[in-house]
Design a protein around this ligand. Structure first.
Ligand code: MLT
Length: 398
């Protein structure tokens, strides 16, 4: 008889954002006349950049002729996109990468979730707490032992080192959910730690494009030695509105190795290539053309305008909540605001109160981990008029 993966007993029944969506659906069903504003899941609301749309349309037309149509894409991405990524995302920051170190994919969620497939089950895993739920859930699904690294105002949201040497460390900066960052020197302490303990850092840089301050590294490879210890994940989702189009990439440097039970050092680049070749058939050509257009001069100017729009939303939320007396973190180098709930309300109590009394949806901090209890996350990805209306409604409540 078929058996289940017993490790699923160690994760909750519902993925965080599905649970939030479920509660909102229930509320709407019970109050059909009410207009609910979502500042919950970080989903983009602005139209896709015209340069991207044009490129997608052109690529779609290419599909209509036998001479220019494309079948299965290369598993790790078309050269035109990989070259654009290296030239625009890394060269200006002094980071040199080779084309076969980039793996184009359909999303950083799948990449950060699947990367564990190439790592042994007995690795000790350290994850900042709170964190994007995919890191903890996927490691629990695999049966790995996880140590949470509490991040809170008292340590300025800088994670402490694990209590015993970790083999794998997840870092996400700019951080989801707290919106906070690590400086270059703070990040260097983690790279040095990983070199000393021969650990692997899984660096999620999905929100890199939102950095506005100079001392915040955009890539972990800006830190010396990081090529030997880190995989980096990037995404077009938030940078260029691709949440519905799906395109991202992982950087797996060729120096990176992990140890096999035979004692042999195995290339993680080779293992990830093997993984992707087996489980993934590449990102659609038309989507990769759209992603490449993000790097055109028009594309750059258009996505920058959208990012500025979201960050203006962040300022509106931050200033308004602070004026109402709440403590707000983040929102300067990231599109997320991490807010201390008023009084002694738990995260879910605050969620229910906002939904029922202000018809505003946010994300309960405790859904991102134990250290998120008593906090609440707002996203800046809303429409301007809805963001303004949401803060007005909140003012009446606080
Ligand atoms: C979030 O709200 O944390 C993200 O949008 C979720 C995701 O990227 O999967």
């Amino acid at each position: 008889m078929v058996k289940i993966n017993e490790h699923y007993a160690n994760i909750g029944n519902n993925y965080l954002f599905s649970e939030v969506a479920r509660r909102v659906r229930e509320y709407k069903a019970a109050h059909p006349a009410e207009r609910v504003i979502s500042l919950g899941i970080g989903d983009v609301t602005r139209e896709i950049a015209p340069a991207v749309i044009e490129a997608i349309e052109k690529a779609t037309r290419e599909m209509s002729s036998p001479a220019t149509m494309r079948g299965y894409p290369p598993e790790a991405g078309y050269d035109f996109l990989v070259e654009a990524i290296i030239e625009h995302d890394f060269h200006p920051r002094g980071v040199r990468l080779e084309a076969d170190e980039i793996f184009v994919s359909d999303g950083a969620k799948s990449d950060t979730g699947n990367i564990g497939d190439i790592l042994g089950q007995d690795n000790l895993v350290a994850i900042t707490d709170p964190a994007y739920p995919v890191y903890v859930d996927t490691n629990k699904m695999a049966g790995r032992q996880v140590e949470l690294l509490p991040c809170h105002p008292a340590n300025s949201f800088a994670p402490p080192f694990p209590s015993c040497p970790a083999d794998v460390i997840y870092l996400c900066y700019p951080n989801n959910p707290t919106g906070t960052t690590l400086s270059a020197s703070q990040l260097k302490t983690w790279v040095d730690y990983a070199i000393e303990h021969r650990s692997l850092i899984l660096f999620d840089a999905a929100y890199e494009a939102f950095i506005s301050e100079p001392d915040v590294p955009h890539s972990i490879y800006e830190v010396e030695g990081a090529r030997r210890v880190a995989i980096e994940f990037r995404s077009f989702s938030k940078t260029a509105g691709f949440t519905g189009l799906r395109c991202a990439y992982a950087v797996v440097p060729k120096e990176l190795t992990a140890i096999a039970s035979t004692g042999e050092e195995i290339s993680l680049n080779a293992l990830w290539r093997r993984h992707q070749a087996t489980k993934f058939n590449g990102t659609a050509y038309i989507i990769q053309r759209g992603a490449a257009a993000v790097y055109s001069p028009d594309g750059q100017q258009q996505i920058r305008a959208v990012i500025d729009y979201y960050m203006q939303n962040a300022r509106i939320i931050k200033e308004s909540l602070e004026r109402a007396g709440l403590t707000v973190h983040g929102g300067i180098n990231a599109p997320y605001l991490w807010v201390k709930t008023p009084g002694s309300l738990t995260s879910w109590e605050f969620f229910d109160r906002l939904l029922n009394e202000a018809r505003v949806v946010g994300t309960p901090g405790s859904g991102f981990g134990k250290s998120g209890e008593g906090f609440f996350r707002f996203t800046a990805f809303g429409k301007r008029e809805e963001t303004l209306e949401a803060v007005e409604r909140l003012k009446g409540l606080l």
